[in-house]
Design a protein around this ligand. Sequence first.
Ligand SMILES: Nc1ncnc2c1ncn2[C@@H]1O[C@H](COP(=O)(O)OP(=O)(O)OP(=O)(O)O)[C@@H](O)[C@H]1O
Length: 487
Amino acid sequence: MVSSQLPGLTKTRLCNSFQNQLLSMSIPDVPSNDVELDFSDVFGPLPTQVSIDVSIEDPEFAGPIADATELLYDDPIVICNRSHSLVGPSACVSHSLKLSMLTIQETVDSIGNVESISHETVKEIKELSVGDFVLQGSLKGSDDNYSRTQGVGLEDFEVMKVVGQGAFGKVFQVRKKGTSEVYAMKVMRKDKIMEKNHAEYMKAERDILTKIEHPYVVQLRYSFQTKYRLYLVLDFVNGGHLFFQLYHHGLFREDLARIYTAEIALAVSHLHANGIMHRDLKPENILLDADGHAMLTDFGLAKQFDDNKRSNSMCGTIEYMSPEIVLGKGHDKAADWWSVGILLFEMLTGKPPFIGGNRQKIQQKIVKDKIKLPAFLSSDAHSLLKGLLQKDPSKRLGNGPQGSDDVKHHKWFKPINWKKLEAREIHPNFCPEVAGNHCIANFDKRWTDMPLQDSPASSPNTNSNLFQGFTYVRPAASFLQRNGPGF
Ligand SMILES: Nc1ncnc2c1ncn2[C@@H]1O[C@H](COP(=O)(O)OP(=O)(O)OP(=O)(O)O)[C@@H](O)[C@H]1O
């Protein structure tokens, strides 16, 4: 019987937990023939595998539309194919599905004994409507308990929109329940992270973000995890990518580029002073806030460094990679100053200096080609670019004994009052159109029109202790400091 296999859980309790859970589920209107349901939360913390049959009915069509689909607890992805002869793509017009039957077939205990349970039917659960299925679904149940016990969890947030896609999952605009605070929630699937062997990077991103507090660095407010995902809750920066604005402007005038570069240089210098290299500085990782200030984000490749050691990993986006990274000779924080140089070049000319051809060709250009500086740039801009885009890192501006002060004191930055800049008192003469802290007008419709659905993650097959200690809540004092205009 079930109870002998699942200590502390009777059959009835199991069924009840199904029922409660399913009452809070809704199914997204997926514009394809597949419906994905994540049942990972439904079962609770069972020490066994459970396989169930799922039958889904579409009330707008007669009869069941999905064949019974087997699901293992260890693999919470259920894909019920809605195509076949019964329903074609037009089934998508249906805005609700009815989960008519759930049958627990058998349990497999931790040592692999399989025991059949006579078909236990939980019938006629509820008519489900279109909506934010997965995130809502995972607000309850075991996955969530996992995060809740540690202070802050998914159920504290209401999901508003999809605003981007990262390497390991989507980024959502969320509101903290019971408040008007709006954040960006970066969701990362543990299975994907492990597949790419990136667990260390993710931990580093979280650790670095908890350490850093700077006016031009996107602030981490909370981090937590569930069984299958990691979550970073960051200040919501809604002026759009610097890249997006650059694309619209074609290129930036020197006075505007000067403010952005100065803000980025301040952030980079602060990171370096705290023993951190960013290693992925590029326009996509610089967002503009509502006041038009540059905000550095995405610390997914960042690394804490030791001044005596050089790093050897090949990282970053090729066009922004320094010659020493390309050559794999080992690199240090000077690589960030190279990327600042590439960014400045792109802001002033509309494109990075080394482009065209395949990856290998670009790498060759980075290492060998002399930089061509357009004549329309001022001589001070030429001088700064030459200093930052110095191929030999030991001679590069920012890497001398005075470090970032050499960059700050460069004559191109003469109009900048660094103290005022640090106090966010210098305002760029371009301000993005932003109507309130929830405004998503500057995000690509490709994301914001997406249904609020997070792809179900399969169970990570390695030790989840890898992510131990991920939870973080920023102390209240710094919330108050930063919640002034522009945040
Ligand atoms: N704090 C934020 N505020 C608003 N939008 C954000 C924020 N953080 C991320 N985004 C949006 O989500 C997108 C993806 O985020 P991010 O670059 O951090 O993910 P990633 O996994 O590091 O991606 P990649 O490695 O592909 O650059 C960003 O380009 C941006 O559009």
